[in-house]
Design a protein around this ligand. Structure first.
Ligand code: GDP
Ligand code: MG
Length: 171
């Protein structure tokens, strides 16, 4: 099996930990666990190949945060997460993207934009159109998902893996 390492970025409370635990362990916690930060392991298929993914969960980015080397060295792809019910978390995505690009010295890195909380669409503050437009600007795929229901969670990682492998192929 091939090994790939990916990381989740985004504001606090958007569901980063919930997405990774839903994907890796198929569980969901209603309670907020802001201090739990860890790496998780899961397998993912792409073009008849099984990949072992290490998924790095992070505490959340803001304008003042610093992206340490554990998030910039040896990471193959990034998941930018916001909540469709939190416009502020959506506005943080370009900030997190700029921080990452500065830390990496390039914008050319495999990534995906993810709008979580799809199960709570009645409280939606960010339209799918806005998400799609931002993804176009960032030049990456876009998907809305729910860590609570599990909807589209595996799609997040299969789409990211396709980006990661596509970029390997280009080199
Ligand atoms: P993080 O700070 O980005 O890691 O966010 P968490 O994963 O800790 O989630 C923050 C809160 O939102 C927790 O109470 C979760 O149970 C809840 N949550 C996470 N994802 C979803 C989701 O897709 N739908 C709903 N309704 N709640 C969610
Ligand atoms: Mg978390």
């Amino acid at each position: 099996n091939k090994f790939r390492r990916v990381a989740l970025l985004g504001a606090k409370g958007v569901g980063k930990s919930s997405i990774v635990t839903r994907f890796a362990e198929d569980t969901f916690l209603e309670s907020y666990l802001p201090t739990i930060e860890d790496s998780y392991h899961a397998t993912c298929k792409h073009r008849n190949e099984t990949y072992n993914l290490e998924i790095l969960d992070t505490g959340g980015q803001d304008e003042y945060s610093y992206l340490g080397t554990q998030l910039t060295i040896g990471v193959d792809g990034y998941v930018f997460v916001y909540s469709i019910c939190d416009g502020g978390s959506f506005d943080m995505i370009p900030v997190a993207h700029r921080l990452l690009s500065e830390a990496l010295g390039t914008e050319k890195v495999p990534k995906i934009l993810v709008g979580n909380f799809l199960d709570a669409a009645d409280k939606r503050e960010v339209s799918s159109e806005e998400g799609k437009n931002l993804a176009e600007k960032l030049n990456c795929p876009f998907v809305e998902c729910s860590a609570k229901s599990g909807q589209n969670i595996s799609k997040v990682f299969t789409l990211l893996l396709a980006e990661v492998e596509g970029m390997y192929f280009q080199r």
